[in-house]
Ligand binder design. Structure first.
Ligand code: XLS
Ligand code: NI
Ligand code: NI
Length: 443
C-alpha cells in the first residue's frame, strides 16, 4: 500500500485510495482482480506486472481530436508560469498514482514541463522538475519505469529526428535525448524508450531509406554510449509501430526491429516495448508481437491499450478484452516475464469521458484485466493440458529421424528416403477450437 501524496491542494477530491475488494465486489471504485500481494507463479502481481501510469495521456492529453478543442479541463493547467504549472501537474500526477496504488510512472520530457525553442532553458526547466520529482518519489515510493524524449510534436521534426535529412535537426533531437537521459538517470529511471513516430517517411520519392536507417542506428549507438558513460544500467527499449504519424515507420513491427537491432549490433542494450494497438495496426495480434520478441530474448516491456475493431488508428483505448490479454499472458508467463520493463497504460480516456472519476475507472479496468488474465493464464499452464497439446504436436522431432534432422544430421536425400519408406503421412488435427474452448473454460 503506498501512501497518498498530495501537493498544496487536492485535485481528485472525494476519491480515496483504490483497494482490492475481490471479484464479488460491486464497488466500481475498487479492484476486483488486482490484489497486489497475490502470489502467482512465484511472484506477486505487483512484481509481475509493474503497472505504470503514462503522464502524457492522463495529465497532458486534454481530449482534443483533429476536429475539436479540448474537453478535459484540468485544474492543474491554470497557472501562467510553465514551471509552476508543471509542479501543479506533478502534484496531480502523484496524487492520482498513489490513490490508484500503482508502483510506476512514465513520461516524455515535454509532458513534465513545456519546452520552448531555447535548449538551455528547456534543460533548466526539466532539471527543476527532476528535483521536484525526486521528492515526490521519495515521499510516495512511486518509481520511474521509463523516460523518453518527444521527438515528434515540434515542427522541426516534421521530416524526422534521427532520420531527418537535415543534420541540424538531428542535433536538436540529440540535445533533447541527452537532457531526457540525464533526467531519467537522475530519477533512477529503470529504462529508457525510443519511439520513433517520425522516424520513417511520407514519400519514398524524396527519401534515401538506407542512409536514414544508418543515421538512426548511429544515433542510437551515440545515445547508448552517453548513457552508459553516465552510469545508466537500465535497458533501452524500441517501441515498434508500423505507421502514424509517418506513412511508413522504420520500426514497423517486432520482427523488423529485431532485424534492425541485429544488423546494427544493438541487441545487447536494446529490447522491445510492445504496444497492443501498434501490433494490431501492423496486422498482427498482440500475442504474436510478444512471442516474436520473447523468442529473441527481447520482450522488454508492454504499452497496454487496445484498438478499435472498426477503424485503423492508434485509438489508445484502455485494455478490456479478456481473451486477448489472457492469450498474451500465456506468452508472458512462458517467457518468464518482462526483461526490465512493466505494463504501462499508454491509453487515454475518451474525449467525452469528462469526470475525474473516469480516469480512475479506466485504470482500475486496465489493471484488473491484466491481473485476471495473468491469474487465468497461470491456471491454464498449471492445471490444463495446454502445454502438453502443443508439445505433442512436435513429438515426431523428439526422437529418431526427426531428432536427427533438428541436429543437422540429415541430407536432403535422407529426407526423401524417409518420405518414400514411410508413405503418406496421417492427417493430424491442430485442435484449434479445442484450445480456444479450453482458454474460455479457465476465464
Ligand atoms: C505513440 C506511442 C508513444 C510512445 C512513447 O503511438 O505509443 O506514446 O509510447 O513515445
Ligand atoms: Ni506507446
Ligand atoms: Ni501508441
Amino acid at each position: 500500500m503506498s501512501k497518498i501524496v498530495l501537493g498544496d491542494k487536492e485535485f481528485f477530491k472525494g476519491i480515496d485510495q483504490i483497494k482490492y475488494e475481490g471479484p464479488e465486489s460491486d464497488n466500481p471504485m475498487a479492484y476486483r482482480w488486482y490484489d497486489e500481494n497475490k502470489v502467482v507463479a512465484g511472484k506477486t502481481l505487483k512484481e509481475h506486472l509493474r503497472f505504470a501510469v503514462a503522464y502524457w495521456h492522463s495529465f497532458t492529453g486534454n481530449g482534443t481530436d483533429p476536429f475539436g478543442e479540448p474537453t478535459h479541463q484540468f485544474a492543474w493547467d491554470e497557472k501562467k508560469d510553465p514551471v509552476e504549472r508543471a509542479k501543479d501537474k506533478m502534484d496531480a500526477a502523484f496524487e492520482f498514482i498513489t490513490k490508484m496504488n500503482l508502483p510506476y510512472y512514465c513520461f516524455h520530457d515535454v509532458d513534465v514541463v513545456d519546452y520552448g525553442n531555447d535548449i538551455r532553458e528547456n534543460e533548466r526547466r526539466l532539471q527543476i522538475m527532476v528535483e521536484y520529482a525526486k521528492q515526490k518519489q521519495a515521499e510516495s515510493g512511486v518509481k520511474l519505469l521509463w523516460g523518453t524524449a518527444n521527438l515528434f510534436s515540434h515542427r522541426r521534426y516534421m521530416n524526422g529526428a534521427a532520420t531527418n535529412p537535415d543534420f541540424h535537426v538531428l542535433t536538436h533531437g540529440a540535445a533533447q535525448v541527452k537532457i531526457a537521459l540525464d533526467a531519467t538517470i537522475a530519477l533512477n529511471g529503470e529504462n529508457y524508450v525510443f519511439w520513433g513516430g517520425r522516424e520513417g517517411y511520407m514519400s519514398l520519392l524524396n527519401t534515401n531509406m538506407k542512409r536514414e536507417q544508418e543515421h538512426f542506428a548511429r544515433f542510437l549507438h551515440t545515445a547508448r554510449d552517453y548513457a552508459r558513460g553516465q552510469g545508466f544500467k537500465g535497458t533501452f527499449f524500441i517501441e515498434p509501430k508500423p505507421a502514424e504519424p509517418t506513412k511508413h515507420q522504420y520500426d514497423y513491427d517486432a520482427a523488423t526491429v529485431i532485424g534492425f537491432l541485429r544488423q546494427y549490433d544493438l541487441m545487447d542494450d536494446f529490447k522491445l516495448n510492445i504496444e497492443v494497438n501498434h501490433a494490431t495496426l501492423a496486422g498482427h495480434t498482440f500475442q504474436h508481437e510478444l512471442q516474436v520478441a520473447a523468442d529473441a530474448g527481447a520482450m522488454g516491456s508492454i504499452d497496454a491499450n487496445r484498438g478499435d475493431y472498426q477503424n485503423g488508428w492508434d485509438t489508445d483505448q484502455f485494455p478490456n478484452n479478456i481473451n486477448e490479454i489472457t492469450e498474451a499472458m500465456l506468452v508472458f508467463l512462458e517467457a518468464g516475464g518482462l526483461k526490465g520493463g512493466g505494463v504501462n497504460f499508454d491509453a487515454k480516456i475518451r474525449r467525452n469521458s469528462t469526470d475525474p472519476k473516469d480516469l480512475f475507472y479506466a485504470h482500475i479496468g486496465g489493471a484488473d484485466i491484466f491481473a485476471r488474465a495473468l491469474i487465468t493464464a497461470d491456471k491454464i499452464i498449471q492445471d490444463s493440458e495446454y502445454r502438453k497439446v502443443r508439445q505433442e504436436r512436435y513429438a515426431s522431432f523428439d526422437s529418431g529421424k526427426g531428432k536427427a534432422f533438428e541436429e543437422g544430421k540429415l541430407s536432403l536425400q535422407d529426407l526423401m528416403d524417409f518420405a518414400i519408406q514411410n508413405g503418406e503421412p496421417a492427417t493430424i488435427s491442430g485442435r484449434q477450437e479445442y484450445l480456444e474452448n479450453l482458454i474460455n473454460r479457465y476465464i
